[in-house]
Design a protein around this ligand. Structure first.
Ligand code: NAP
Length: 308
């Protein structure tokens, strides 16, 4: 029987593991399909405190993993597929053919940025296609860029990008923003942001180095196609929290994010959550790490009160 099983290996999962391991709980981490989480898909991370020269995303995640292992974290390279609470208040976690038992669970499975589903987008991630202006905006100074989406995230990203880019095209499939009025007004008043209404991206076109060069747009009203020169495309059409495997174990909001009821505790005693799987607002590496620490402290307290 494990004291705590941590599901997920992004900043939240590894930080929870570091704290749980240092509390001598010998945590078991289920690594999931994408070890290291979203940061492994970025290049340089310039906003993680403690790295004045920046650090590559994959390197940062390797360091977190090493730090967790140094204090006795064990890792099983499987993805959790089912979690249930048993009559004696312990948990059964299934991961394909394997199953595990634990007294507490920390869910840190993150969220995946939604993409358009165009054929070459996987190859373009980090080469002019991203979902994080805060992470990558500074790499595109004085060049035109595009943001896809019409919600608060798209507006926020577009506003942030005006600090660097020569021009920000905001490409939206309708002629009205979904974003809150204050955000929409601020966005449309910004001279560096040019809305491209009723438009969808049909194709990402690359230069001979495989970097983003142009996008092919289709007007949703007239069907006309056009090309737009952009060096980077920021996709902001929402995120999908990775909570599908939980079924109805705990309360989720209407978008599938975990609802935290007391600190990092979910609607079910003994189940805690950390990072983007419960946060659609901040979504930063450092906030995920912070909540991973909080979840480890909350689960440690729970274990002491319940089982000692
Ligand atoms: P969102 O509100 O769901 O907006 C997604 C946008 O992407 C919509 O404009 C949608 O178009 C568009 N879209 C979705 N699928 C698309 C597709 N396949 N092709 C083209 N466009 C597509 O998501 P969000 O902006 O990430 O916001 C999520 C939540 O976080 C919201 O509740 C938001 O208020 C909140 N948030 C708040 C703040 C803040 O207050 N500072 C900042 C960021 C996010 P349609 O409009 O046509 O559906």
């Amino acid at each position: 029987m494990e004291n705590v099983i941590i599901i997920g290996t992004g900043c939240a999962g590894w930080t929870a593991a570091i704290y749980s391991a240092r509390a001598n709980l010998k945590p078991l981490v289920l690594a999931g399909d994408m070890i290291g989480g979203q940061l492994t898909t970025t290049t340089e991370v310039e906003n993680y405190p403690g790295f004045p020269e920046g650090v590559m995303g994959p390197e940062l995640m390797m360091k977190m993993q090493k730090q967790a292992e140094r204090f006795g974290t064990r890792i099983d390279y499987v993805a959790a597929t089912h979690v249930e609470k048993r009559a004696d208040d312990t948990f059964l976690v299934e991961a394909g053919e394997k199953s595990f038992e634990a007294r507490s669970i920390i869910i840190a499975t993150g969220a995946s940025p939604r993409h358009l589903g165009l054929p070459n987008e996987k190859d373009l991630i980090g080469r002019g296609l991203t979902s994080c202006a805060t992470c990558d905006g500074a790499f595109y100074p004085d060049v035109p860029v595009a943001v896809i989406g019409g919600g608060d995230s798209a507006c926020e990203e577009a506003g942030f990008l005006t600090k660097f880019a020569s021009k920000v095209y905001l490409i939206h499939r309708r002629d009205e923003l979904r974003a809150s009025k204050i955000m929409a007004d601020r966005t449309l008043a910004n001279e560096k942001i040019e809305p491209v209404w009723n438009s969808v991206v049909k194709e990402y076109l690359t230069d001979d180095k495989g970097e983003m060069e142009k996008i092919r747009l289709e007007d949703t009203v007239t069907g006309e196609e056009s090309l737009l020169d952009v060096k980077c495309v920021f996709v902001a059409i929402g995120h999908i929290p990775n909570t599908q495997f939980l079924g109805d174990l705990i309360s989720l909001d209407e978008n599938g994010y975990i609802i935290q009821e007391k600190g990092t505790q979910t609607s079910l005693e003994g189940v805690f959550s950390a990072g983007d799987v419960a946060d659609h607002v901040y979504r930063q590496a450092v906030t995920a790490a912070g909540s991973g620490c909080a979840a480890a402290l909350d689960s440690e307290r729970y274990l002491t009160e319940k089982f000692e």
